[in-house]
Design a protein around this ligand. Structure first.
Ligand SMILES: *Cc1c(COP(=O)(O)O)cnc(C)c1O
Length: 382
């Protein structure tokens, strides 16, 4: 079946006797067992809950993965994956990743006896020369906020030769546009808060894998640590996933138009979006993904335009962190999402104060572009 059909018909078979088309919300912390020594599928909701299991099964069906875990947030998903590390292990991570992931490695790793190394460009990285005790590659592609593309299949092949586990944060793409497991990654993580849920109303995370041994350990950690997705949020996540392909299509159409507009406007300097043929990641992205997603970033021309005036003249674009919701958002990564980066590192990799990140919503693109245009006009220095 095709992705769009799975989105509507995937997941668990509805066990309702009433013919309800939606899988119910099981608000039950515990489940009775038939008798002594006999156990059913569900015992206690930290371990498994039917509504959560439905969300996990649907996510797995969409990914073409065998195992899925739904967590309370994207960071809970990332934490769960980092739990696979043993004391002293090292993680290779690309230099621009989600700010919270950066905060985790830079502020929590040390007290857990873990280490990380920043990789500027995985394409030229020699895995056989990785420091001793390196156990995992954790990467985002396209990266956040600079939208740089990494060749997943190439990294997976070479990292596996060196015996490393390969994890991809696929939040910006979703399984509709990119399937890291098919490209050779061992684990894929999502902030399902973003495109999967899609309406800026819940926080959720997903971890998926095809490998039984990894899934068994994740299951143990998830049940033990307890950072699981609640049944009500699992229901909303499923509702979001059903429309993921249609939303994603519009998100990226709008993003493409916004990126093209910005590229033609003197108020924007460099525009980062792999959908632009001039983008350095364009070709690779076309090879490994079926689209370019809904996030665009660009360097604002502060010499000729005033940034604060520009931002203050935006209204359809909410000035907020996050992405992947129906409404368009704009933010300044240096102060809002990547503020945990050392200022020197920010400067080095290009997370400058003039960098803005846009999440294209589902509004009519003409209204969005018209508003950007008006805001630039108001912000022009005379
Ligand atoms: C938002 C985000 C996260 C963290 O997810 P939360 O749901 O906010 O905890 C992780 N990775 C990426 C790429 C994100 O955009």
């Amino acid at each position: 079946m095709h992705y769009e059909t799975i989105a509507i018909h995937g997941g668990l078979k509805n066990d309702s006797e009433k013919g309800a088309v939606n899988y119910p919300i099981y608000l039950s912390s515990t489940f009775t067992q038939p008798t002594l020594g006999e156990f059913q599928d569900y015992a206690y909701s930290r371990g498994a809950n039917p509504t959560r299991a439905n969300a996990e099964k649907l996510a797995a069906d969409l990914e073409g993965a065998r195992y899925a875990f739904a967590t309370a947030s994207g960071m809970a998903a990332t934490s769960l994956v980092f739990e696979l590390l043993r004391s002293n292990d090292r993680v290779l991570i690309n230099d621009n990743v989600y700010g919270g992931t950066w905060r985790f490695v830079s502020q929590l790793f040390e007290k857990r006896g873990l280490h990380y190394d920043i990789v500027r460009d995985f394409a030229s990285y020699d895995f056989s020369q990785a420091p001793k005790d390196t156990a995992m590659v954790f990467l985002e592609t396209p990266s956040n906020p600079l939208l740089e593309v990494t060749d997943i299949a190439d990294v997976a092949r070479r990292a596996h030769e060196a015996g490393l586990l390969v994890v991809v944060d696929n939040t910006f793409m979703t399984s509709w546009l990119q399937k890291p497991l098919d490209l050779g990654a061992d684990i894929v993580v999502y902030s399902a808060t973003k495109y999967y849920a899609g309406h800026s109303d819940i926080l959720a995370g997903l971890v998926l894998t095809n490998e039984r041994t990894i899934a068994d350990r994740l299951s143990l950690f998830s049940n033990t640590l307890g950072g699981i997705l609640s049944p009500q949020d699992a229901f909303l996540l499923v509702r979001g996933m059903k429309t993921l392909p249609v939303r994603m299509q519009r998100h990226q159409e709008n993003a493409q138009k916004i990126a093209e507009f910005l590229q033609s406007h003197p108020g924007a300097r460099t525009v980062h979006y792999t959908g632009l043929p001039t983008d350095p990641g364009h070709e690779l992205q076309n090879r490994q993904a079926s689209g370019h997603g809904g996030v665009v970033s660009f360097v604002f021309n502060s010499e000729d335009y005033d940034l604060k005036t520009f931002v203050d003249h935006l209204d359809l674009f909410g000035f907020a962190v996050s992405l992947g919701g129906v409404e368009s958002l704009i933010c300044q990564p240096a102060t809002m999402t990547h503020e945990s980066y050392d200022p020197k590192l920010q400067q080095e990799i290009g997370i400058v104060p003039d960098l803005l990140r846009i999440s294209a919503g589902l509004e009519n693109p003409e209204d969005l572009i018209s508003e950007l245009n008006t805001a630039f006009e108001a912000a022009r220095r005379h």
